[in-house]
Ligand binder design. Structure first.
Ligand code: G6P
Length: 372
């Protein structure tokens, strides 16, 4: 078993370490030298894709969080309205679907029953279904109109890590492809984004070399009762994912919030010493977004929070308000989740291990849930 884990204590650690490769493999062969996106597994015609006037992303758990991240990029690039929905809710509320609706189902295993039932419902309503899946030949891609495989390799640990990063990557390829097919005039931008995407595996590898302080911090927090996570824009789903990882692995109460929503309620739970993980967007470009998050960090700190700040290297503005600062390499706003998620995975894994828990097989959870 030790050999299977490649020298790591847990499959989860091995899979966290495999993320640069997994993302590189998901990109491989899908980007031309000219910066065009090649998605040959997508069995939908260009005309089908031009007819799309509405996108739903439907999934569960970590795959749902990948969808939430993808929405920001897909709407920005394609200008097609995109909604993200939990598979277990989707069909029960009678969503508006027709031939020009593209339903993107995301599933690592390809066997999640909630997602499968949502997919069947979408197809009955004549929507086109594109699966983003990590498991060749599984049920969800077999029943879909088209599939784009994430080439992440097998994921064994119950808590999903590399699947999340590869799902975001695959969704981004779909978004860029849709934009291209539909002739959105941002050809320069596509080329630049493609180059930036290709630089992500190295940046993820760099994050992985700087995780020792995160582990140390995690070990100092084994006895806390609650940890909050806040973020804005794509940092919001990253916060949700960070909280989910901690719940799943460490059995600690954790919640993710949109930072701007704090003042409408959640800030009331902050007490002296409450750890709050703050996911900070790039300080370049969208500085308004950055400024807003910095003031949210100040707000929670003024209420006694102990702040754990995940920010871009060289972000001086956050430094005075960070009790613990975790720096990640600079990346464009939309691509930052591929980096900022990594310390949160390492953190949850280490808290769980320090609490003496089974990281790979958390209680009450299954890798693939094949009941509704
Ligand atoms: C289970 C797993 C989660 C996973 C979710 C969706 O609940 O424990 O880690 O995110 O299913 O799985 P899928 O295979 O559809 O991505």
């Amino acid at each position: 078993a030790a050999a299977e884990k490649g020298g790591y204590d847990w499959f989860m650690l091995k899979e966290i370490a495999e993320q640069p490769q997994a993302v590189a493999d998901t990109l491989r062969g899908r980007l031309s030298e000219a910066g065009e996106i090649i998605l040959d597994e997508v069995r939908l015609t260009d005309q089908d894709l031009r007819d799309v006037d509405k996108i739903f992303i439907v999934s569960c758990g970590t795959s749902y969080h990948a969808g939430l991240v993808a929405k920001y990029a897909i709407e920005h690039w394609t200008r097609i309205p995109c909604e993200v929905e939990l598979a277990s809710e989707f069909r029960y509320r009678d969503p508006v679907l027709d031939r020009s609706t593209l339903v993107v189902v995301i599933s690592q295993s390809g066997e999640t029953m909630d997602t499968l039932m949502a997919l069947r419902h979408a197809r009955e309503q004549k929507a086109r279904v594109l699966a983003i899946c990590n498991t060749n030949g599984s049920t969800i891609p077999r029943e879909s109109d088209a599939v784009l495989y994430t080439h992440g390799g097998p994921e064994i640990a119950v808590a999903s890590t590399k699947a999340f990063l590869t799902q975001i990557t695959a969704c981004y390829l779909v978004g860029l492809h849709l934009a291209q097919v539909r002739g959105i005039k941002f050809a320069d931008e596509v080329g630049a984004i493609v180059a930036q995407l290709q630089a992500m595996p190295d940046a993820i590898a760099k994050v992985l070399t700087t995780m020792e302080p995160v582990r140390e911090l995690a070990r100092s927090l084994v006895d806390v009762n609650t940890i909050l996570f806040i973020g804005r824009h794509v940092g919001y789903p990253v916060a949700l994912e960070g909280a989910l990882k901690l719940k799943e692995l460490a059995y600690i109460h954790a919640e993710g919030f949109a930072a701007g929503e704090l003042k409408h309620g959640p800030i009331a739970v902050i007490d002296e010493g409450t750890p709050v993980v703050c996911v900070v967007p790039s300080s370049k470009g969208r500085s308004l977004l950055h400024d807003k998050v910095v003031s949210n960090i100040q707000e929670v700190r003024a209420r006694g929070a102990r702040t754990i700040v995940i920010a871009e290297e060289g972000d001086e503005a956050v430094r005075p308000y960070a009790d613990h600062l975790v720096e990640v390499p600079a990346a464009p706003t939309l691509l930052a989740p591929l980096l900022t998620t990594v310390p949160l995975q390492v953190f949850a894994c280490e808290v769980a291990a320090a609490r003496g828990l089974d990281v790979d097989q958390p209680r009450n959870l299954a890798k693939s849930v094949t009941v509704e």
